[in-house]
Design a protein around this ligand. Structure first.
Ligand code: ADP
Ligand code: ZN
Ligand code: ZN
Length: 760
């Protein structure tokens, strides 16, 4: 019923919603990613979308005839039938919030929303937003003790007892911040003050800004490269290549300062998971109220406030996750993408864009400078350094001079041969005890990607591999077969290892809980340890509320004794403790054996990143890496921090098997509730596709059969795909775009095209 979707409006927006450039960008994305234009335009829309006024204040609903303008509070008359921006305000006229556009591509089923768990509050330096809500505790609130199960309320009140807080920053770490706040406001325990600043643009020159240290020569070189690019204003890219802690963020801050001085504005994209109060504090600390913050935990109204402050030129530095790229910032001089190799920069629903590639398009159009920072730049980026002459600057060392910790590779097959059944090698056991005896801390990573199961021989480390594709075969519970997700090859699960005849073929995918149990039992048996060692587990279960991982890290940091943090790859991010001296990687093989052309790159990156967590300060660190494949390139190269050896070898492999960056890949996905109907629809599509390619003369394109996806069935939805490898220079999008227009739709089956997919 449309009346249920009625919203109130605050003011009628008579200005255009986007700039010419943004509209161009939407067209570009629709064409390149073969996505509905509507879905692309939607990215640029103000949060809350656009609606039509159906009822002015105290007015009649629109029912034909001439609408009469009715004044609203601000004095702007509202005409029923008129378009307006819905920003969630409660008073004023009623609006029928229509989706801005009609045909929106249905997206793949996503995981169920995580249940909120405990709340946690960070108190950083006081920050200033351009328009935000200050929260303060009332005398009644100061005396109030909430019921025991009201975790969020007590956490919030505790935090406010120490002083006022801003709502937008609270929302970064606090699940359902607004509703908690509102319920406490209703009870009179806290007050809300909406504050709009006057914008002091004179602080662009930051006369008072002093850094407590001198930038090093590498940082100076990086900064001057970026500023030269900005000054020449011809749309260039600079790759800032430096390990975590090498001072990249300082480089970004200087670059932004230069950009603002030149009268231009800047966008900084950060992976959602790194968008913590600590990160934001560094930008706000330097640029104060010129910083707008866009992230997924803001309510529509809060996001609209941030959007508006950008739209009205108040905010000039936008810090946010992937979609902040589409904010209404004008005169963009600089786009920074931190940790550019992170896969969440690619959107998994239509339009399936990659923020890095769209940012590069924007930089070229606006003559802005694109800065890509990473400790492990992606092969695509390194290839662009060669092919497009991107600049490449290196921050060779950690800013504080701490060396990278040595990595010891432990061959688990040899351990197993020696009679050990434990998932902890003797080397790791000894190192753990030694570390904890000295009251230092250890981090153990269980490298895990829930869904893909593979088979491994515990005696010789053999993993069945496809003879046609150089990818590992995946075990499918449904039919007890090993399958290749690239070419469709399948084989029965062997009873013994075909190489060494061992019967110990293990299906891999151990959970953190099992490892935790084994760890606790191991620790309790160590008589050298005179205290009960705290173990903090960090995985999808314990961090279901986003940023709950911050709270766990806090807990881990708070122990005065030694402690162990056990977690999945999420621990590779943002962990910075002075007393962590040991990092153990329990199974480096998991990502290695994913049926995916990027699995080696992921493995290498992950090892380098986790390794960077040890010995970040004066205490030296060490890393122990357990694997059944001690001699493969990604493990050997990572153990020696030899990135160039890895890249050379990996590029050679990609060239040989025809993967990006040497080809352009496309994944065609089909999903539906009826298994056979879905497969059939995709098979039909493939017939049309082959005809189309033949008519276009695309004879060198390689097109797979219709294959089951790695995740074949998700919540009763069946998924199939076709994988295409085309020559790099082929106009892939243009060719396929025409095809999509030709194809017939089949009821109950969705088909989507993923250009430049990140995993196939
Ligand atoms: P990254 O972004 O590469 O992880 P940061 O910019 O966060 O690195 O720097 C890591 C730490 O080192 C921060 O605490 C920062 O203040 C400090 N730092 C950065 N540059 C220097 C420098 N030239 N001298 C001393 N400390 C520095
Ligand atoms: Zn074997
Ligand atoms: Zn294959």
């Amino acid at each position: 019923c449309p009346v249920k979707r009625l919203r109130s409006i605050q003011r009628v927006c008579s200005q255009p919603y986007f700039t010419e450039l943004q509209l161009q960008c939407a067209y570009y994305m629709a064409r390149y990613y073969i996505a509905p234009l509507s879905a692309c335009i939607r990215l640029f829309m103000p949060p809350g979308g656009v609606g039509k006024v159906v009822r002015a204040p105290h007015g009649e609903p629109v029912a034909g005839g001439a609408p009469t303008p009715v004044p609203v509070a601000g004095g702007t008359p509202v005409v029923p039938g008129e378009e307006c921006v819905v920003d969630g305000a409660r008073d004023g006229a009623s609006v029928l919030a229509t989706p801005p556009v009609l045909s929106i591509d249905t997206t793949l089923p996503s995981a169920p929303a995580p249940a909120p768990s405990r709340a946690w509050i960070y108190r950083g330096p006081v920050m200033h937003a351009q328009q935000d809500t200050w929260l303060e505790i009332t005398p009644e609130g100061a005396a109030y003790a909430p019921p025991r199960n009201a975790h969020r309320q007590s956490a919030l009140l505790d935090a406010l007892r120490a002083g006022p807080l801003l709502l937008s920053e609270l929302a970064l770490q606090f699940d359902r911040a607004t509703s908690t706040v509102n319920s406490l406001v209703k009870k009179g325990f806290i007050t809300k003050t909406v504050q709009a600043h006057s914008y002091a643009l004179s602080n662009v020159n930051q006369p008072h800004y002093t850094r407590p240290f001198q930038l090093n020569e590498h940082q100076h070189a990086a900064i001057s490269c970026i500023t030269q690019c900005m000054d020449s204003a011809c749309g260039q890219a600079v790759v800032v290549d430096g390990v975590t802690g090498s001072g990249k963020t300082e480089v970004y801050l200087e670059a932004i300062a230069h950009c603002l001085q030149a009268g231009k504005n800047a966008i900084v994209l950060v992976p959602e998971i790194s968008l913590t109060p600590q990160t934001v504090a560094r930008f706000r600390g330097r640029f104060g109220n010129m910083v707008a913050l866009l992230h997924s935990r803001l309510t529509t109204k809060e996001r609209f406030e941030q959007w508006q402050s950008i739209y009205q030129h108040h905010a000039r530095v936008v810090v946010g996750a992937r979609s902040a790229l589409f904010c209404p910032l004008r005169d963009i001089g600089l786009i920074i993408i931190d940790e550019e190799h992170v896969e969440t920069y690619k959107q998994e629903a239509a339009p399936r864009y990659h923020a890095r590639d769209v940012a590069w398009w924007m930089a070229q159009q606006t003559a802005a400078t694109l800065v890509l920072g990473s400790a492990t730049p992606s092969l695509e980026t390194l290839e662009a350094v060669k092919r497009e002459n991107w600049h490449h600057v290196k921050l060779a060392t950690r800013a504080n001079g701490a060396p990278m910790p040595p990595i010891t590779v432990v061959d688990m097959a040899a351990e197993f041969g020696g009679g050990s059944r434990s998932m902890f090698s003797r080397t790791l056991q000894q190192a753990l005890v030694h570390t904890l005896q000295h009251n230092h801390k250890a981090v153990l990573m269980l490298n895990q990607r829930g869904f893909a199961r593979f088979v491994l021989c515990r005696d010789c480390g053999y993993t069945p591999e496809c003879t046609h594709c150089s990818t590992k075969l995946t075990f499918h519970e449904v039919n007890h077969r090993l399958m290749c997700h690239h070419c469709g090859y399948s084989a029965p699960l062997p009873a013994v290892c075909p190489v060494c005849k061992s019967p110990y073929l293990k299906k891999f995918g151990a959970g953190t809980q099992r490892v935790e149990a084994e760890l606790r039992s191991f620790l309790s048996q160590q008589i050298e340890l005179t205290y009960e060692v705290p173990v903090v587990r960090m995985d999808a279960d314990t961090t279901s509320a986003r940023y709950a991982h911050e709270r766990l890290l806090d807990e881990f940091a708070s122990f005065e004794t030694g402690a162990v943090l056990l977690g999945t790859q999420m621990i590779a991010k943002g962990l910075d403790f002075k007393d962590v001296t040991l990092v153990g990687i329990i199974n480096a093989d998991t990502t290695l054996n994913l049926p995916d052309y990027r699995s080696h790159e992921r493995t290498f990156n992950l090892i380098e990143q986790v390794a960077g967590r040890a010995g970040r300060d004066v205490l030296p660190g060490r890393v122990i890496l357990q694997t059944y494949n001690p001699h493969v390139l990604p493990i050997q190269a990572a153990a020696h921090y030899d990135r160039s050896a890895f890249i050379t070898g990996e590029l050679e492999k990609r060239r040989q098997f025809g993967y990006p960056p040497f080809t352009s890949c496309v994944n065609i996905l089909a999903w539906g509730a009826q298994k056979e109907a879905t497969r059939h629809a995709l098979e039909q599509f493939r017939v049309v596709l082959m005809d189309h390619l033949a008519s276009k003369g695309c004879t060198t394109w390689w097109v797979s059969d219709v294959l089951a996806c790695v995740l074949e069935k998700v919540r009763e939805i069946y998924r199939f795909h076709i994988f295409i490898k085309a020559p790099r220079e082929a106009a892939v999008s243009a060719v396929l775009y025409e095809l999509v227009r030709k194809r017939k739709t089949v009821a109950g089956v969705n088909i989507a095209i993923d250009v430049d997919p990140l995993s196939v």
